[in-house]
Ligand binder design. Structure first.
Ligand SMILES: C[S@@+](CC[C@H](N)C(=O)[O-])C[C@H]1O[C@@H](n2cnc3c(N)ncnc32)[C@H](O)[C@@H]1O
Length: 271
């Protein structure tokens, strides 16, 4: 859903639906986000704000949503943090955030913006922290849509959370996979099976994945959360607000007023 084309590549990647595993997905994500971080931040940086916590293209703000609960005095892990905008917001509210991302270039943008929290370059599937290091974990479209095995990530998040810790993450709403990823009217007619879990892959001329997204149905996501050792507390589907006139890839006011674009899962680790 974030595919932006070959901004810094000479070849035109081919878009296909095919199987791809953990290693290929991770390596494609690292490469794609390293190559496209500059464009992503220049295109979306002003909407994201340097120190706002925005859950997705609808613009739902954590300051208004309060999905994490009280953050002051809490150790918080942000996964797939990009330029660490959310972590900066958390720090300003008295939390102790750590911003983790797979992409070196994304984290360089965190340094460019300044006032960066501790930054960690790592894969969400292998978190380099001791058990029980954090009170909260969060992710705004980071990592989860891009991994082949989300349960592995959830188990890692559970491991590094303290008992009772909250894990809140947003992803593209699964229903969007049934529609073309277009902001206009052409994005309103069902064109694919919602039930087809085959990953979306952009591949180079040698067939190597350069961009990957993984589809899970809503039911799959709930089962994954439970298999990862969490209780689902809420599932938030932000509505498109009247103030938001911007398009972000396939997210637009037109589609946002008719079908959900983001799903936010609010989960808790058993005490
Ligand atoms: C759509 S961006 C979201 C960034 C930020 N949360 C925001 O709202 O702007 C997705 C981020 O997830 C990161 N990412 C993708 N796969 C990852 C993985 N396996 N582990 C950690 N981060 C990953 C990417 O590098 C990228 O920065």
């Amino acid at each position: 859903m974030f595919e932006g084309g070959p901004s810094s590549e000479e070849y035109e990647p081919e878009a296909v639906r095919r199987q791809t595993g953990d290693a290929e997905s991770s390596s494609a994500s690292r490469g794609w986000w390293d190559r496209n971080a500059d464009e992503y931040q220049s295109e979306h940086g002003s909407f994201l704000g340097d120190d706002r916590f925005v859950w997705g293209p609808e613009g739902l703000d954590e300051a208004e949503a309060g999905l994490l609960g009280e953050v002051a005095g809490r150790d918080v892990l942000e996964i797939g943090a990009g330029a660490a905008q959310c972590a900066r917001w958390l720090a300003a509210r008295g939390a102790r955030p750590v911003a983790l991302d797979l992409s070196h270039r994304q984290l360089q943008h965190a340094l460019r913006i300044g006032d960066a929290p501790p930054l960690v370059e790592a894969d969400a599937a292998a978190l380099p922290f001791r058990d029980g290091s954090f009170d909260l974990a969060c992710s705004a479209y980071g990592a989860v849509p891009f991994v082949a095995d989300p349960v592995r990530v959830f188990r890692e998040v559970r491991r590094v959370l303290r008992p009772g810790g909250r894990w809140v993450f947003s992803v593209t709403h699964p229903i969007r996979w049934a529609f073309p990823d277009e902001p206009g009217p052409e994005g309103l007619s069902v064109a694919a099976s919602y039930f087809d879990r085959t990953p979306y892959v952009e591949q180079d001329e040698r067939g190597r994945a350069v961009y990957v997204e993984h589809h899970r149905t809503l039911g799959d996501r709930v089962r994954d959360v439970v298999a990862g050792g969490f209780r689902l507390v809420d599932l938030v589907e932000p509505e498109w607000p009247a103030w938001n006139g911007q398009e972000w890839g396939g997210w637009s006011p037109l589609r946002g007023n008719l079908i959900p674009g983001t799903a936010i899962f609010v989960c808790e680790r058993d005490a």
